[in-house]
Design a protein around this ligand. Structure first.
Ligand code: NAD
Length: 427
């Protein structure tokens, strides 16, 4: 049995009911907000032993957990991970793993020093169609990747974004358009086994931004990243809340190609005449799960929420770092940082640190470049969070505040049912 502590009670709730075929028992939950903890205690305390903590340091030194899952703020994961590793705990971190390149260096050192398991919970790798793409790639049916495309596009109405981003300084209202990148680049890295070695970033916008109405999020509507991979291939990824929902991934290989249809989720595979794999030159199908189909089908995010828990548990039991190890976690997350550096410098390309090599990564140890502001912090001297010549309207602020107040948001607290509705698709 692995005693599990979860930090953050929004997304974090997904991890509070460990599925079968994992060895976790939820023993502790941490959130800054006591009312959220009270709700978790009511809902997840099976045998009266669940401990709750408002103080993270207290939880990791309480002797009640062997492993932690970090579902706190997007840009604050690395310091939490480092503290847990230093306390002798295994860590699974929500995306992103790091907020700066310097944090990446420090995180890798902490994992190496502790000998504990570290994993990024990048669940978009493990949808059944992407698992099938990986199988095809591993079996050689597509050859080697020449070019790839991958998208994470999650449109949302204003009211929903107000509810899941409570506060003007909430990370969802600050995040630059390239930062939420792991759902798009992660699957390409997993399917093809390649690593990004440099990245360029771009943002899409329109000069007349009146269409944005009462959007509170000030960031550019869409971020596009072009990454060069370590096998020479080029990959275009995009993320942003623009209109067409998409979880599409497409791989063009030396012997064939495969693409997910963004509407049906079906997979289409093509071959040229040289392919001797015995398959027709084109086929479209909806693949089955390789294993644990029932459990994965019942889990969120197309099954990915089962697989991340499964692989984290397995890594702890075997003592072997998972595929989603700290080096891939840092590279996957840093693609968005490099791309934002690129956006801020007119499209210049930036090199990925080699996080696995101390000699090469050392020069990034003091790279603390980040566009995230703390509440009340003066933006002067910080990189911009947006390049769009647009600021949210006063009406956007008023409407957002109305939603926050109606949902009992008092700065830290929040009515949990709103988050529940969001994750179960009812909102
Ligand atoms: N992989 C996915 O599919 C997926 C989906 C949603 C969110 N996420 C990721 O999960 C993370 C959390 O997302 P969310 O939507 O729940 O965010 P959120 O901002 O709504 O919730 C974060 C929670 O962490 C708590 N928290 C923050 N700082 C804390 C501290 N110092 N001590 C204790 N608790 C603290 C907050 O009170 C809040 O309840 C983000 O990194 C996000 O990117 C991933």
């Amino acid at each position: 049995m692995i005693r599990l502590g979860v930090v953050g009670t929004g997304r974090g709730k997904v991890f509070m009911n460990p599925p079968e075929h994992t060895d976790f028992k939820l023993t502790a939950v941490c959130d800054r907000c006591q009312d959220k903890l009270d709700l978790c205690k009511k809902r997840y305390d099976r045998d009266g032993t669940l401990r709750t903590f408002t103080d993270y340091d207290e939880m990791i030194h309480s002797g009640t957990v062997d492993a932690v899952i970090l579902a706190n703020y997007f840009n604050e994961h690395a310091p939490f991970a480092i503290k847990a590793l230093n306390a002798g705990l295994h860590v699974m971190s929500e995306c992103a793993a790091v907020n700066t390149l310097g944090e990446g260096v420090e995180l890798c050192r902490a994992v190496e020093k502790s000998g504990k398991i570290y994993m990024i919970a990048e669940n978009y790798l493990f949808t059944k169609v992407r698992l099938e793409m990986k199988r095809l790639y591993d079996e050689g049916e597509l050859g080697q990747m020449l070019y790839g495309e991958s998208e994470y596009c999650h449109p949302m109405d204003n009211r929903t974004t107000y509810t899941i981003a409570p506060g003007e300084y909430h990370w969802r209202n600050q995040i630059p358009a390239t930062y939420y990148c792991t759902h798009a680049i992660g699957p390409v890295m997993y399917i093809t086994g390649t690593m990004p070695v440099r990245a360029n970033g771009f943002v899409g916008m329109h000069a007349d931004q009146s269409y944005r109405g009462d959007e509170l999020r000030g960031q550019d509507p869409v971020g596009v990243i072009v990454s060069q991979m370590d096998n020479g291939a080029v990959v275009r990824t995009m993320q942003g809340p623009v209109r067409v929902p998409s979880g599409r991934t497409c791989i063009h290989g030396t012997m064939g190609g495969a693409e997910i249809d963004r509407m049906t989720g079906n997979l289409t595979v093509w071959h040229d005449g040289s392919n001797k794999c015995g398959q027709p030159s084109i086929r479209t199908y909806n693949p089955d799960w390789p294993d644990f189909g029932e459990l994965a089908s019942a889990a969120g995010h197309g099954g990915g929420d089962f697989w991340t828990m499964y692989y984290f548990s397995r890594a702890i039991k075997t003592g072997e770092q998972p595929w989603l190890n700290v080096y891939r976690a840092c590279a996957m997350s840093s693609v968005g940082i490099l791309a934002w550096k690129s956006v801020c410098s007119g499209g210049q390309s930036f090199e990925m640190p080699d996080f696995a090599c101390e000699e090469k990564r050392k020069k990034y140890e003091n790279d603390n470049w980040t566009p995230f502001l703390k509440e009340g912090e003066d933006p002067a001297g910080k990189p911009p969070r947006t390049v769009s010549p647009w600021k949210p309207t006063e009406a956007a602020h008023v409407k957002a505040r109305e939603v926050w107040e109606s949902r009992h948001y008092w700065g830290l607290g929040f009515d949990q049912s709103v988050i529940d509705e969001f994750y179960t698709g009812k909102n």
